[in-house]
Design a protein around this ligand. Structure first.
Ligand code: HEC
Length: 106
């Protein structure tokens, strides 16, 4: 008798466990989530301010480069590793980038 009770309990336990693990049926496919929005920096590029920041912050480790030494495209690459070195915040970066691109080699 106790064997039968035991057997029933085991079967019941297995049934419950399996039901709980059952995967939900997918009835519709959702489109992939849109990519996260690009970080928007709410600041108007100010070339004069960019020049000041550039002169103060980019001369710490080396002579100040001349903006017209590089093209806009080269500046973009250079700034991607110099902005972190100069520890500029997002707004300062916008200004410095605007200043350098405005005066870059054509
Ligand atoms: C913490 C020090 C440091 C600061 C601050 C710094 N730089 Fe530099 N910079 C370097 C070093 C070191 C090099 C030499 C190249 C290298 O190691 O990448 C360099 C090289 C350069 C070069 C030459 C790159 C090349 O490819 O020929 C340019 C242009 C430049 N820096 C621009 C800037 C500008 C613009 C800023 C300000 C946003 C700045 N740097 C701030 C350390 C610094």
């Amino acid at each position: 008798m106790s064997k039968i009770v035991h057997f029933i309990i085991v079967i019941a336990a297995i049934t419950v466990a399996c039901n709980r693990k059952a995967l939900p049926t997918i009835t519709e496919r959702r489109k992939d989530a849109p990519p996260p929005a690009k970080k928007i920096i709410d600041v108007k590029p100010d070339i004069e301010m960019g020049k000041t920041i550039f002169m103060n912050r980019c001369s710490r480790c080396h002579d100040l480069p001349k903006p017209e030494q590089y093209t806009s495209q080269r500046w973009e690459g250079i700034l991607s590793y110099m902005i972190p070195r100069a520890r500029l915040n997002d707004k300062q970066s916008v200004h410095v980038t605007a200043y350098l691109k405005a005066n870059a080699a054509k």
